[in-house]
Every structure is written in C-alpha cells, then in structure tokens.
Design a protein around this ligand. Structure first.
Ligand SMILES: NC(=O)c1ccc[n+]([C@@H]2O[C@H](COP(=O)([O-])OP(=O)(O)OC[C@H]3O[C@@H](n4cnc5c(N)ncnc54)[C@H](O)[C@@H]3O)[C@@H](O)[C@H]2O)c1
Ligand SMILES: O=C(O)CC[C@@H](O)C(=O)O
Length: 542
C-alpha cells in the first residue's frame, strides 16, 4: 500500500507503518496544490495534519485513494462529504492532542492576563518596565466555555482550578456532563452577557462559522478577555479587530486563523495588536500530542490493511468497540441476506426496508442497515460501494431506505427482515437469524424455510405435486451435479412449493431450463454466494 505523508507527522508514530513490509511510504512536505494533484494519483492513503487541504480536486485526482488519515481532531481541511461520495474513508485522531490544546489555551490565557509576551519583548529590548505590565488574576472571574467537548471540558476543569466560576454553553451535550464537570450550563447569550473571559472550543462548521460577530461582541461586558484555540473563523476576525481597537475587548489570544499562514491585511493588522497574544496554530504542538496522534492514525491505517474495524472513521457508521464482537455476527447475517436477496430481484429497486426484531433492537442498528445497503448496491452499480458511500448512493439512485426496530419477536430471539421493493410494487421478503452464530434464512416471502446459504444454490417455486423432487434429482444426477441439501417450504398441501437446493457445483443454464420444464416451475434461479473476502464494512469478518 502506497502512503503519502504531506504534513509534519511524528516519526515515532509513522515508524509503526514504516516497519510494515506491505507499506511503501513517501514523506513529501511542503507540496504546492499543483504538486499534490500530480502526486496523489499514485497513493491509496494520504496522512495529513491541518496544513493540507484535501478538497474535491485532490479527491478526484486521488484515483486510488482509499483513506484520508488526519493526524489530529479537526477535519475542516477535508471535504468529508465528497470523500464519502467517492467511498474514501476519512479517519482522524480525536483524542491524542486534547490535553495539549487545553494546556495551550491556559498558557495563552495566562500570558494575556499577565502580559508575558509584551513584558518578555520589553525586557529583551533592555527595558525595565513594570507598571505597564500590570495584569489581572483569574481567581474570582466568571469564565465562559463555548463547546464543552474534549478540549472545552479540560479547559473548564483547569479554569476551576484557578478559582474561576465557570459557565458553559453546548447545545449538544447532556446536562450531566456539565454537572459532572461542576460547571453551569447556560445559553450562548448568557455567556456573552455575563463572562469576564470567553473561550471557544467548538468545531468549525456552517453553524459555528462567524458564531461570535458584531451582535455577540455587542452583548459582551466591556473589558472582556476572549480566546480562540479552536478554529479560525469561529470568532469573526474583523469584529475582533474592531473591538480590540475600541478597547471593548481588553485582551485576547488566538492560536488559529481563517487563513493559515495568515496573509491578508486584516489578519496582519489583527496579529500586530499589542492586546492580542498570538501563536501559529500550536495548540497540538507538543511532543506528547504529536506522538499520540501519529500513533493513532498509523494504527488506523494498519487496521485498514489488516481488515480490522476502524476506531476513528468519521464517515462510517459503526458500533461502539465494546459492542463490536457481539454485533459482528449480525453484520455477517445482514451481508449474507443481502447477497442472497439481491439475486432474487430482476427490476430496479425503489425501496429497501430493514427490520430488526428481538434483543438486537435494543442497539443502534444503523451500521447493520448500512452494511446491508452496501451489499445490495455493490451488485447494482459499477462504482465500489462500501459503508462510506452506501447511503449517499442509495439517495442519489432514489432508493428509499427504511429501518424499523421492535424488541418483540415470536419464535426467534433475534430476527432481521429485509424487504426489497422493485418496479410495479414487486416485493421480495427474506428473514434471517443466527443459529449458534451462523446465518440462517428462516423465511422467504410467506414460506417458512430454514437453510444456511451456500456457494451454489437453486431456488424454485412450482405447484406442489408428487414426483417433483425425484424429477429434479434425476436431472441433476444426469448432469453429475451433486445435491448437498434441500429445504422445502409450502403454504398448504398441494399448493405452491418453494424449494432451495444447496449443490456442490454451479448449475449450468441448460440444466436450469431442463428442470424448469420438467417441474413447470413458475420461478427458478441458480444462485451464487460470493466467496471472496468482503471489503465493504471491514467489520463483519466476511
Ligand atoms: N489549536 C489546536 O491545535 C487544536 C487542537 C485540538 C483541537 N482543536 C480544535 O478545538 C475544537 C474542539 O476540539 P474537541 O476535540 O474538543 O472537539 P469535540 O468534538 O470533543 O468538542 C466540540 C464541542 O463543541 C460542541 N458544539 C458544537 N457546536 C456548538 C455550538 N454551536 N455551540 C456550542 N457548542 C457547540 C459540541 O457539542 C462538542 O461538545 C475543534 O475545533 C478542534 O479542531 C484545536
Ligand atoms: O497541528 C495540527 O495539525 C492541527 C491540530 C489541531 O488543530 C487538530 O485539529 O487536531
């Protein structure tokens, strides 16, 4: 596997990959966009930090690209949606630099409050000034943390250690998290109105871009201290400059910029402000964090190579790792049912329904649904479909996907039912369960069946009457095709029969035709289950 590393990533982490004989790794730092576009076509994995923009152009040029591995948490430099549509997995390292980012926030806050940077520069110039560098204490101040996630939570704990009263605002966390951290959860506006110190720790997205602008600065107390160690653009840079100049903001500290490195006049003027402490995106720049994130992404690439579940893929729905072992047989069951079911459909699919019954319904079944969708779509589109792009491709094809769950079942402790609807309302229903961990199909349409799909099978319906099984056996025997097992479903005596035969070798079309004629079958199909290793979800073990 060819890997390109385009940003500085700790060699201790990359060593894990370098020593793997399957890996060929090129570290190519400082590539221009044109150079990257030229190079990327050779590689299956790109490992980056925030310095490389992995946009549509790069993803389109990366014809062999399977994975974008971001050595850090922020994925705002990767077009994840487009990567998903191309089936490219995006992984990040969400935990390794959390502590460093929180400590850097405190470093910037303390530097700002105690004039460390300006006093340092003054003394180094040979001056001995003290009064102009009189600072402010953190103790007793009200601090507002916007975004109480991994970094925000750690910043809150550290602010409390400095005896601040901490307010936090995060519409997406449980109140219990704030309670456990000992901080008061309030609204955004309450933060702006009441805090002496405001620090942002949200991701950058459509919702948070420019989240703090003129209106929000207008609500703030005069003399507020404001920090951004999250992402450039969460705090509007033009209003920040205006409010620093007017003195409304007493002090500020910024580590991250809307343009990195900053080149615009606005950013240059902002950076030159005395009341602003600045760093060039150093939040994660500690030896510890860099090794952590490099190790984490390298492990993910190795997981990919070893066909193991990925721990930090941001565009694959997956089970909690602790649940994974229990869920793997269900992914396998779903994959088997879909590989079987799709062969029964001879029109375009308009709707797919996945229903989960029994104890499985207690869990989030989305990964099983998406695994099934990938198995189905792989058979109907040219493009490689996997867990990354299955939902998107279904949407593009106008296929409605429904998932339902009920903890109630009758005969089985767990049951999955797949319904495929085609043109003209044609429906195929397949139910499956696990028997000692092995997938079994227990219902086809309204027939009770019980079989494990095998590599070669023959499925047929015919009017139930004596002698049919004998006729089938004779024809198979004449063609030296060995029947391994047979399963028969009937709705009523001498009604319609549904038969599935497992056979030792493929049934040629002429034999299928001969059996059809002899049995007057209303439906007959030779089925083949894939034996090659499945690469769709990297979780089911198929
Ligand atoms: N400066 C650096 O070097 C550095 C290092 C690490 C992380 N970061 C950045 O710090 C930020 C936080 O990282 P994290 O690991 O804590 O992420 P996280 O996902 O753990 O936490 C982000 C939190 O923000 C909350 N949030 C989202 N939208 C919000 C909104 N509109 N208002 C309030 N809260 C909102 C989320 O619910 C979540 O709890 C990210 O932008 C990340 O890229 C920067
Ligand atoms: O140093 C980096 O690459 C960015 C660090 C940090 O902002 C992250 O998103 O993890």
């Amino acid at each position: 596997m060819k890997i390109i590393v385009t940003d500085e990533v700790a060699s201790e982490g990359l060593a894990l990959l370098k020593q793997d004989p399957r890996v060929e790794m090129d570290v190519r730092l400082g590539l221009s966009k044109e150079e990257l576009l030229k190079a990327i076509g050779d590689y299956e994995v790109i490992i980056t930090r925030s310095g490389t923009t992995v946009d549509r152009d790069v993803l389109d040029a990366g014809k062999k690209l399977k994975m974008v591995a971001r050595a850090g948490v922020g994925i705002d430099n990767v077009d994840v949606e487009y990567a998903s549509s191309r089936g490219v997995i995006v992984v990040n390292a969400p935990f390794g630099n959390t502590n460093s980012a929180a400590e850097h926030t405190m470093a910037l806050l303390l530097s700002a409050c105690r004039n460390v940077t300006v006093a340092n520069a003054s003394l180094k110039k040979g001056e001995w000034k003290r009064a102009p560098f009189t600072g402010v204490e953190l103790k007793g101040k009200t601090a507002g943390v916007i975004g109480l996630g991994k970094v925000g939570g750690r910043v809150a704990t550290r602010l409390k250690a400095f005896e601040c009263e901490v307010l936090a605002c995060d519409p997406y966390i449980a109140a219990k998290r704030a309670h456990d951290l000992g901080v008061k959860l309030v609204t955004h506006d309450e933060i702006y109105k009441n805090c002496d110190i405001i620090t942002v720790h949200t991701p950058l997205n459509d919702e948070t871009m420019g989240m703090i602008g003129d209106r929000e600065f207008g609500l703030m107390k005069s003399g507020v201290i404001i920090l951004n160690v999250a992402r450039g653009g969460v705090i509007g840079e033009a209003p920040l400059l205006a409010n620093l100049k007017s003195g409304k903001i007493a002090l500020a500290a910024v580590d991250v910029w809307s343009e990195e490195p900053p080149k615009t006049d606005l950013l240059k003027e902002l950076i030159s402000q005395d009341k602003l402490v600045v760093t060039p995106h150093l939040g994660a720049n500690t030896f510890e964090a860099q090794v952590n994130v490099a190790v984490d992404v390298s492990k993910e690439v190795l997981n990919y190579l070893d066909e193991q579940p990925l721990e930090n893929a941001v565009n694959i729905p997956r089970f909690d790792l602790a649940l994974m072992d229990q869920m793997r047989p269900f992914l396998n069951l779903m994959s088997t049912m879909c590989d079987f079911g799709i062969q029964l459909v001879d029109t375009n699919i308009s709707k797919v329904s996945f229903s989960f019954f029994g104890s499985i319904a207690h869990y989030d079944c989305t990964p099983i649904t998406v695994c099934g969708l990938a198995a189905l779509l792989n058979k109907v589109v040219e493009q490689d479909v996997n867990m990354v792009n299955a939902s998107l491709i279904a949407e593009q094809m106008g296929i409605a996907v429904e998932e339902s769950k009920s903890t109630q079942t009758d005969a089985f402790s767990n049951l999955i039912t797949l319904v495929l609807e085609g043109e003209g309302g044609k429906r195929r229903l397949i139910s499956g369960t696990l028997f000692e961990g092995i997938p079994r199909i227990v219902r086809l349409r309204d027939y009770t069946m019980d079989f494990t799909p095998e590599e070669h099978m023959l499925l047929m319906h015919y009017a139930d009457r004596p002698g049919m099984i004998g006729k089938i056996g004779t024809i198979m025997g004449q063609h030296e095709i060995n029947i391994a097992s047979m399963n028969l479903g009937r709705s009523e005596k001498k009604g319609e029969a549904m038969v599935i035969l497992s056979i030792d070798s493929a049934v040629p079309p002429v034999v299928v035709e001969e059996i059809k004629k002899a049995t007057e079958a209303t439906f007959i199909k030779a089925l083949h289950m894939p034996t090659a290793k499945c690469n769709r979800c990297r979780s089911c073990g198929n």
